[in-house]
Design a protein around this ligand. Structure first.
Ligand code: FE2
Length: 295
């Protein structure tokens, strides 16, 4: 699937963009399905908000169980001072995660596309297993920032193999909160790992903790989206573009203050030959094993 130049770009930069990987029609089908899932979603009284801010993350039961479900997480800014949604539910969800590729036909079709298995082969991801799905809405005006991170922090294997397959379902621009990534910085250390906290203690089993491995900071995000102020570069891409992201690559996306949503679907895969520790936050039940990408 990938050209020699694209594979070389991935090895050099830690990411590669593949315009036109997904057809407009398949993007539209996935978007329609995601909207149906939100429409059918009845929020529980405990409202899960998704944020990567360490202080504000609500590591609740829904989050920790969502490795095996399709859960809707609210945008952090979705609620007004009265605690009620400040805009329609359809414009309030941050993301759906994290197992819809194994639970929903439309997502399954998209994720288990044999061409994606070829991309995994091309970049040397051996025995690729589909681990985690996120349908990301990056809603107009309230779409939340995703702080600079390495995916291996959240989906760790020994050795590091997690690879992000990120699909623009809508055009991603500077205005609506496109991805930014630090070219070449995948050849640096893993800074921290995100762990379930004290698995043996049922009273604290909904907790998580960050373990710092290397205090070296990740690249700072740009000031007012000015690319000259950061080592991160913006990845403005059209709908249908696939962005392949190395698990150690620092990446970031800003808040969306524009009137346009920025839908994306991301599928994280790992190698079946690497060790997946039981302290990773995402754990699948024994009756729901990870499946290889389709061939
Ligand atoms: Fe990420």
């Amino acid at each position: 699937m990938l050209t020699t130049e694209q594979v070389a770009a991935f090895e050099r930069d830690g990411f590669v963009t593949v315009p036109g990987f997904a057809s407009r029609a398949s993007c539209e089908r996935l978007q329609a399905r995601a909207n149906e899932m939100v429409d059918a979603w009845e929020p529980s009284e405990h409202r899960s908000v998704f944020t990567t801010n360490e202080q504000e993350r609500q590591s609740n039961r829904e989050f920790l169980d969502s490795g095996a479900t399709s859960w809707c997480f609210f945008e952090e800014e979705a609620f007004g001072p009265d605690g009620e949604l400040a805009q329609p539910k359809m414009l309030s969800i941050n993301k759906i995660g994290h197992a819809q590729h194994d639970l929903d036909d439309e997502f399954e079709r998209f994720a288990y596309d044999p061409r994606l298995a070829e991309v995994a082969d091309d970049i040397g991801l051996v025995d690729a297993l589909a681990l985690q799905s996120m349908y990301i809405f990056k809603q107009p005006r309230i779409g939340g920032e995703v702080s600079c991170h390495q995916d291996a922090t959240f989906l760790y294997t020994d050795p590091v193999t997690v690879t992000g397959f990120w699909f623009a379902i809508e055009d991603a621009t500077l205005d609506n909160g496109c991805l930014w990534a630090a070219p070449g910085a995948h050849r640096s250390s893993l800074r921290q790992v995100f762990k379930r906290n004290d698995l043996d203690d049922p009273a604290s089993s909904d907790g998580t903790v960050f373990d710092v491995l290397d205090p070296e900071p990740l690249p700072a995000p740009p000031v007012e989206l000015d690319a000259t102020t950061s080592s991160l570069v913006p990845l403005e891409v059209e709908a249908g573009t696939l962005v392949v992201l190395h698990g150690l690559l620092p990446h970031w996306s800003g808040p969306n203050r524009s009137g346009t949503s920025r839908h994306a679907y991301s599928l994280h895969c790992i190698s079946g030959q690497a060790d997946y520790p039981d302290w990773n936050w995402l754990q699948r039940p024994a009756d729901m094993p990870l499946r290889p990408l389709a061939r």
